[in-house]
Write a protein of this length. Structure first.
Length: 779
């Protein structure tokens, strides 16, 4: 988050610096331009001053020269002069002094030198000439002699006018002092330079020695007027030609320092810089404040989000205004939502939604933890299964069932011994952990919890008593792991149910076979869902017509590890545990689907399905059957339901009522396993059945066992007397079949005809059969 603040801050500063830099740059640039132009103008003006001053000097010197020339003494001297006359020279020296000139000369009328104040001025023939005199007279008399510059003035000497007898020449030195004097008037420094093949040679200057040579050097490199860098300073320079005698080129150079002129602005610039700096500091502070106000809440927000992400919901949401405040509040709301959902998920993951008790995974986890710290203590796992809970569910409905489970959960929770962990494992099963118990204490405790369950309950105004069966597994005797112990407790529970005991401790000595069976029980429900059940069918033969008229559906369990499991192994326990309802539902669906196919193939076969006692008290059964028939487009006459006498006897009133409903639908009902139960003629008469099925126990040996033959024969007669069709199952041999035909049995079923086969093989079998097959009249 620091980076956001830094970035805002930096952006601010950069923008500000850019603006201020631009302003400063513009100011100093225009100052410079302005100053440059000003100096250039000053130089032009200075040059005019210089020209005026120079002119007035020339005039003054000229007048002086003329005054001296009119002196009579000089006329005489010149008139009588001989070459190199000493007296003329003395006179000239005198005049030179008087006129404050530095040089005095006299020539004859032709310009030949008569005398000179300074000896080196013996020029011989070369000087002076008439033409030069004219030039001097016209004011262009600058003469360079041995590095010294003189302004020459010439005036004719008359005796009398207009006769010219000679010339007087006065030379005024043009030296540093003279230039300094003029420079003082112009405000610029002045230098006189000789220009010779591109080079500049200072002759006189108001500058000091270094200054003038630097100027000469700079001019040599950079050419004429403009601004130059001299000795590290910027100088503006203006040059003008000066007329000189002979072949000499002279120039006057005016020079003014731009750097110095700019220095006048320096305080102003410092002030400006100070203001800029102040502005910068203030702006920086402002930028920092802005960056902070933006970034601080963001930083707080980020911290908050990060902590939330780590699952820490304790931090209050950062307080802020504006968008960030809005964001913060929205986020806080979202966070609360997440926290609540998380809590709900956490709770749901480990709790049973119905009772609020811990669920199976939680119980297993608790058990594992307890086992880790068992340290030799005994631990008992109690698994409690409610008896006939599914019947309550069926008769009173799911709402009542749920209410019952909740009440039992609450009760167990309230009447727990200390902190015994309690859980609902699912369905109608509860589990308890007894930690640190001695063996003799376990059974009384199991009894205690069973009693808790058995206390009468009030559900929807109905007083109910429900029983429970308890299975017990002990650590370390029966297992060392949570999963094993739980499984063994479950097995113990089934052992108890099997033997109709209130509770049982896991018994490893119990028949391995039955143990396997008990273990399988817990898997049956899943087996149905995982498609491990298979529908087998066994055909029935109409004896009189010698025609296949129907078949019985028989369920098989093909277990992935244990392979083929016959129904006798699991039907009984499925009935006790309530799983039989799911099994019946599966068989009904499957049988009708096949029935549909066989009908489509043109057959008219009655499909028989076995019902168990539990199915007979399920008030939803007839409804479900009706819906299934409709869904598969089947007529009720194509379905036969086989019911055992003993199943009916369990709850005769309700069973009879239910069978009445089914019969009302038009279904055919059959009494299965006839002869094995306590047959009651009175009951039989009450039942709306059309068929009697003699149990295979009497049929298997009917050909050889005279007792069985008597029973079978009398049963057939009885059935016929009651107007029922009689079926014999378990017909294994031709001789048995012959006997049954002789007795007048209507239908036979057994290995002699066919063993049960997978439903999908039936059509092939029918095709290969020597018997006729009932066909649809409309097909
Ligand atoms: P059940 O209803 O008496 O079925 C007839 C039993 O006799 C079947 O045994 C069948 O395979 C067997 N059986 C048929 N012909 C012969 C024969 O010639 N000789 C011998 N020795 N046995 C023969 P399975 O299939 O093992 O079924 C056993 C019992 O399991 C059935 O007796 C029935 O009570 C129950 N069961 C089977 N399927 C279901 C079902 O879908 N629902 C219910 N509730 N019970 C079923
Ligand atoms: Ca049967
Ligand atoms: Ca039977």
């Amino acid at each position: 988050m620091g980076s956001l603040r830094t970035r805002i801050f930096a952006l601010f500063l950069v923008l500000l610096l850019a603006v201020l830099g631009l302003v400063l740059g513009l100011v100093s640039r225009s100052t410079y331009q302005h100053t440059l132009v000003q100096i250039q103008q000053q130089l032009v003006a200075g040059e005019r001053v210089f020209a005026n001053e120079w002119q007035s000097r020339l005039l003054a010197q000229q007048q002086l020269t003329e005054t001296v020339a009119s002196d009579f003494g000089l006329k005489d001297e010149v008139a009588n002069a001989a070459d190199g006359s000493d007296s003329l020279r003395v006179t000239l020296i005198n005049y030179r002094e008087r006129s404050r000139a530095q040089l005095a000369m006299a020539t004859d009328a032709e310009g030949s030198l008569l005398a000179s104040t300074d000896p080196p001025w013996a020029f011989g023939e070369a000087w002076p000439h008439r033409e030069l005199l004219d030039e001097v007279q016209s004011g262009q008399g600058l003469l360079l002699v041995e590095g010294r510059l003189y302004q020459l003035h010439a005036t004719p000497i008359h005796a009398p006018r207009p006769v010219v007898i000679g010339w007087l020449l006065l030379g005024f030195a043009v030296d540093d002092e003279a230039l300094r004097h003029v420079a003082g008037l112009t405000g610029a420094s002045l230098s006189l330079m000789r220009v010779e093949s591109g080079g500049y040679q200072p002759l006189a200057s108001s500058l000091d020695a270094d200054g003038r040579s630097a100027l000469a050097e700079a001019l040599r490199h950079n050419g004429r007027s403009g601004s130059l860098q001299i000795e590290g300073r910027e100088q503006v320079v203006l040059e003008r030609d000066l007329p000189a005698l002979g072949d000499v080129a002279l120039r006057v150079v005016l020079q003014q320092s731009l750097t110095e002129a700019l220095a006048d602005y320096r305080p102003l610039q410092w002030q400006l810089a100070g203001i800029v700096l102040l502005a910068l500091v203030l702006a920086a502070l402002g930028a920092f404040a802005v960056a902070s106000t933006v970034s601080r809440p963001l930083a707080a927000m980020v911290e908050y989000v990060r902590r939330t992400g780590e699952g820490d919901y304790s931090l209050p949401p950062p307080q802020a205004g504006g968008e960030i405040g809005l964001l913060s509040r929205e986020f806080a709301a979202m966070q609360r939502g997440i926290a609540e959902r998380e809590e709900a998920i956490r709770h749901a993951a480990f709790h049973d939604t119905l009772t609020g008790l811990p669920n199976r995974p939680r119980f297993q986890h608790t058990l594992s933890t307890v086992l880790e710290h068992a340290a030799g203590h005994r631990i008992a796992v109690l698994l409690m299964d409610l008896d006939h809970f599914s019947e309550i569910n069926d008769t009173l409905g799911h709402v009542a069932g749920d209410q019952l489970l909740r009440q039992i959960g609450e009760r167990l929770d309230e009447q727990r011994r200390g902190q015994d962990p309690l859980a609902r494992l699912g369905g109608d099963q509860f589990a308890l952990l007894l930690v640190g118990v001695d063996a003799p204490e376990v059974l009384p405790l199991a009894q205690h919890y069973r009693d808790v369950v058995r206390q009468p309950l009030l559900i929807e105004g109905i007083a109910l008593e429900i029983d429970a069966t308890v299975g017990i597994a002990m650590y370390p005797d029966h297992g060392e792991h949570a999963v094993t112990l739980l499984q063994r407790a479950e097995v113990a529970m089934y052992q108890a149910k099997d033997k109709h005991l209130p509770y049982a401790v896991y018994n490893p000595q119990a028949d391995r076979h039955s143990l396997l069976r008990l273990t399988l029980m817990s898997e049956l429900r899943g087996a149905i869902e995982r498609g491990q059940l298979a529908l087998y069918v066994q055909p029935k033969l109409d004896v009189a017509d010698n025609c296949i008229v129907g078949l019985e559906c028989l369920v098989r369990w093909i277990h992935p590890q244990h392979g083929f499991i016959p129904p006798d192994e699991f039907i009984g326990l499925a009935e006790q545990t309530g799983n039989i309802r799911h099994l019946t539902a599966w068989v009904l669906e499957e049988a009708m689907a096949w029935s549909r196919r066989w009908q489509d193939a043109g057959f008219a076969l009655k499909t028989a399905i076995n019902l168990s006692a539990v199915d007979l008290i399920d008030p939803t059964l007839s409804d479900r059957v009706a819906k299934l028939l409709a869904r598969h487009g089947l007529g009720a006459e194509s379905l036969v339901l086989e019911v055992t006498e003993s199943a009916v006897m369990l709850d005769p009133d309700r069973s009879v009522a239910l069978l009445g409903q089914l019969r009302g639908l038009g279904l055919r009902l059959s009494i299965d396993d006839y002869g094995t139960g306590y047959s009651s003629m009175a009951q039989l008469k009450r039942l709306p059945v059309q068929e009697l099925k003699i149990d295979k126990a009497f049929v298997l040996d009917v050909a050889d066992n005279e007792d069985d033959a008597v029973i079978v024969r009398s049963t057939i007669e009885l059935g016929h007397n009651m107007g029922l069709q009689v079926v014999a199952e378990g017909v294994e041999h031709e001789r048995g079949f012959a006997k049954l035909r002789q007795f007048g049995c209507d239908l036979v079923q057994g290995y002699w005809l066919a063993k049960p086969m997978p439903a999908r093989e039936l059509q092939d079998w029918l095709a290969a059969s020597v018997h006729a097959v009932a066909r649809r009249s409309d097909a």
